[in-house]
Design a protein around this ligand. Structure first.
Ligand code: IMP
Ligand code: MG
Length: 182
């Protein structure tokens, strides 16, 4: 897999350090309100599962984890804009403090849809933690409380991010060589 990477953006160590920082920030921000029930973290399969697994362990409060599957991307490298729920959460989030863990914010269409979808179930609070945020000119306005790193507008893989289901298990994040997907 390594030979398909044009450039490493964030190393395994840098990622671990940043995830710990975000976990500490969440711990501080929710310590007062979390109570016995703690937080509900929701990740969007499949990419964000790796980020959420690490992030949840960096939070020093009770964290429930649930998963959604939606389709907005095919095997290609461009967002289709079509969002469909393939698997819903089974947690009742009414009155709960919810954090959506996302792998990457690109067009923002996925998160825009998800925020509306989950807000309609009346959580006590709803925030977004995104591992990466792409620097693009046409991104939907999404309020992300927690952002791991800003990244260039390239096709990124690793640490959960895939191209055609490959590279998710790369421990670092890198830019995929263009000739791999062209
Ligand atoms: P958005 O709806 O355009 O913000 O896209 C969000 C989803 O598209 C992410 O959860 C990823 O699954 C996928 N995605 C966007 N950009 C990339 C990328 O550079 N590499 C891999 N997946 C990406
Ligand atoms: Mg995804």
């Amino acid at each position: 897999m390594h030979e398909d990477i044009a450039q490493v953006l964030f190393t395994e160590d840098e990622i671990a350090k940043r995830v710990d920082e975000i976990g500490a920030a969440i711990t501080g921000d929710y310590a007062e309100v979390a109570g016995n029930r703690g937080l509900v973290m929701i990740s969007v399969l499949r990419g964000a599962a790796i980020f959420m697994a690490d992030l949840a362990r960096a939070v020093r409060l009770p964290v429930e984890m649930d998963y959604m599957a939606i389709s907005s991307y095919g095997d290609g490298s461009k967002s289709s804009g079509v969002v469909r729920v393939l698997k819903d959460i089974s947690t009742d989030i009414a009155g709960r403090h919810v954090i959506i863990a996302e792998d990457i914010l690109d067009t923002g269409l996925t998160l825009k849809y998800l925020l509306r979808y989950l807000a309609s179930r009346n959580p006590a609070s709803l925030e977004v933690a995104t591992f990466l945020r792409k620097r693009t000119s046409d991104q939907a306005e999404i309020a992300c409380k927690y952002i791991g790193f800003e990244c260039p507008d390239e096709f990124i893989v690793g640490y959960g991010l895939d191209y055609a289901e490959r590279y998710r298990n790369l421990p670092y994040v890198g830019v995929l060589k263009a000739d791999v997907y062209r």
